[in-house]
Design a protein around this ligand. Structure first.
Ligand code: IMP
Length: 192
């Protein structure tokens, strides 16, 4: 089955296609001629995922899905949340985001956080939402070089390793995105 995934982030493409498996061919927006940045200016993860999927569907009429992820830190009232990509700067500066997160948590004993992913699927013109959550804590320093984003700071519940110290398979097995994508796959397999 061919389906458009609203991302040009190669880490995300790899993670998601590994979970989807060989029965699905992921197509990027660029591969169907959409080269502009897809707007995502909603105040919620659900709103952004739907906004991106609707944009693709209106432009192509093809089955598609989009995801949006936020890191929600308890002691920061759920921040950076929907602003996770642009926490420290206007761009996707992972290192600056991690520095700012550590600074904002300085002296705080509550380091509880979770990653939450929402996927919006448009299949045959109908919209569906899927959610994946992983609970964990924010470490006091970065560890590991795998993955991307906040991975070096995030210790998933029950683990002494950060996401950035795990292989892609280990991260996918427990991650927010892995969980949301497995719900998507179950749905697609039953609705093919
Ligand atoms: P996006 O909606 O997937 O683009 O995620 C927004 C931001 O959240 C990214 O720019 C990253 O900073 C962060 N993020 C999303 N997924 C992950 C992940 O799996 N690990 C670490 N950071 C992530």
């Amino acid at each position: 089955m061919k389906i458009i995934f609203a991302t040009n982030n190669k880490h995300k493409l790899q993670e998601v296609s590994a979970v989807l498996g060989p029965g699905f061919e992921l197509v990027t927006p660029r591969e169907v001629g959409i080269t502009e940045e897809i707007p995502e200016d909603s105040p919620t993860l659900e709103g952004n995922a739907l906004q991106k999927a609707r944009y693709l569907y209106e432009r192509t009429g093809l089955d598609c899905f989009a995801d949006d992820t936020g890191l929600e830190v308890e002691a920061l009232g759920g921040a950076p949340g929907v602003h996770s990509a642009r926490y420290a700067t206007d761009g996707h500066d992972f290192a600056a985001n991690n520095r700012l997160l550590l600074k904002n948590l300085e002296g705080k004993t509550n380091r509880q956080a979770r990653f939450r992913t929402v996927i919006a699927l448009i299949l045959g013109g109908k919209e569906h939402l899927f959610e994946g959550i992983v609970e964990g804590v924010i470490d006091t320093k970065e560890n590991g070089t795998e993955g991307f984003g906040y991975d070096p700071l995030f210790l998933p519940e029950g683990s002494s390793c950060s996401f950035a110290e795990m292989t892609a398979e280990e991260k996918n097995a427990i991650s927010h995105r892995g969980r949301a994508v497995r719900k998507l796959v179950d749905f697609l397999v039953n609705h093919k």
